[in-house]
Design a protein around this ligand. Structure first.
Ligand SMILES: Cc1cc2nc3c(=O)[nH]c(=O)nc-3n(C[C@H](O)[C@H](O)[C@H](O)COP(=O)(O)OP(=O)(O)OC[C@H]3O[C@@H](n4cnc5c(N)ncnc54)[C@H](O)[C@@H]3O)c2cc1C
Length: 332
């Protein structure tokens, strides 16, 4: 194979968009993902009784590139429109998309046809004469990559890249807030509650009836998201305390006591949302052959993650074109 090999670390929307753009340019990337499925924060949690989108809730598609992807996915039944009963959310309601039957459907589709290794957590990257080597947490080495893309939350990318490029400092300066999520199902419908709400509450700023999204199995599955400030303060608290507090706040929103949930669980997102985005679509150190992409470059949104990955893929492909010989800077 003539084309230089690129390692993409992370199969969230940014990593997938980057890998797809490289593939379109004739470069065969290899993607490494620590989890057993793609999607990162665009995730679906499955229980016997219900499934929940416990990370990203919905997405919009305003730019031409992402809109095209979404229109194709819509035609294939991978995504659909969500039209929640959402008082005050009329503006947002117009163009809300969700994966079908869960948020994970879109990243699964984008990963189709890519060379992705799941369950591989990269813990160190090293540069030698023959190119980049990636060390995983089981002690295996993945060697001879001409370039490496870190499609990871900024704090994780900053640590991996620190020995190799001054750009790591830019990633290091980006703050990402945590988010505690609680998932609950009820036997009876919870009357007089909207399907979704930005509540304005300092602890529980968002709740949604996951079951109001198209194609979901459990109508009374609810997702509650805690605020960044509260999640930071309670980061190390026991899940039981988190669940109790958020369910109490949920009841306060309902204005009455609510029945005991049939199922309740929680998840702690360590790097949920960027607080001070970089303000550039991506970062690429051409001399070192190392790039960064992710939502944190632009905004705390799925579309921003896609745009960032796509931009880095285009830049890498262009760099290869400029060098003409089919080799990228740093390639063996
Ligand atoms: C609670 C919550 C609610 C949100 N709500 C919305 C919303 O309603 N609408 C919206 O547009 N956006 C929302 N977002 C933001 C949205 O989910 C993100 O902007 C987007 O999914 C980020 O994609 P990404 O590819 O940049 O990062 P990620 O999705 O974080 O992808 C990074 C990937 O890298 C993998 N990884 C990490 N470390 C390693 C390693 N060492 N080796 C290998 N792989 C690794 C991870 O497993 C992950 O798959 C929400 C996020 C959260 C957490």
């Amino acid at each position: 194979m003539n084309s230089p090999s690129v390692a993409v670390v992370g199969a969230g929307l940014a990593g997938l968009a980057c890998a797809r753009r490289l593939q379109q340019a004739g470069i065969q990337p290899r993607v490494f993902e620590s989890q057993r499925a793609p999607g990162g924060r665009m995730a679906t949690r499955r229980y016997q009784a219900a499934t929940f989108d416990h990370g990203a809730q919905y997405f919009t598609a305003t730019g031409a590139g992402f809109r095209q992807v979404i229109e194709q996915a819509s035609a294939a039944g991978i995504v659909g429109r969500w039209r929640p009963d959402w008082p005050g959310g009329e503006q947002e309601r117009k163009d809300l998309w969700v994966g079908l039957p869960g948020m994970g459907a879109l990243p699964r589709r984008l990963a189709d046809g890519l060379d992705v290794e799941y369950g591989v957590r990269i813990v160190r990257i090293e540069h030698a004469r023959r190119g980049w080597t990636l060390q995983d947490d089981r002690g295996a080495a993945h060697a001879d990559f001409a370039a490496v893309v870190l499609a990871l939350p900024a704090p994780v990318a900053a640590v991996l890249a620190a020995p190799h490029t001054p750009l790591a400092a830019r990633a290091h300066a980006v703050r990402m807030a945590p988010c505690w999520a609680v998932m609950a199902t009820y036997v009876e419908p919870l009357e007089r509650l909207p399907d979704a709400s930005f509540t304005g509450d300092a602890v529980l700023p968002w709740f949604a009836r996951n079951g109001s999204k198209p194609g979901r199995d459990a109508p009374q599955a609810w997702v509650l998201h805690a605020s960044a400030e509260w999640s930071r303060r309670e980061f190390d608290s026991a899940p039981e305390r988190i669940q109790r507090t958020l369910l109490e706040r949920f009841a306060a929103q309902a204005g009455r006591s609510l029945p005991r949930p049939a199922l309740v669980d929680s998840h702690r997102w360590r790097h949920a949302r960027v607080e001070n985005p970089l303000g550039e679509p991506c970062l690429y150190d051409r001399a070192a052959g190392i790039g960064f992409c992710g939502d944190w470059c632009l905004d705390a949104r799925i579309e921003a993650a896609f745009q960032s990955g796509d931009a880095l893929g285009a830049e890498l492909a262009q760099a290869r074109g400029r060098e003409g010989s089919g080799k990228m800077r740093g390639s063996p």
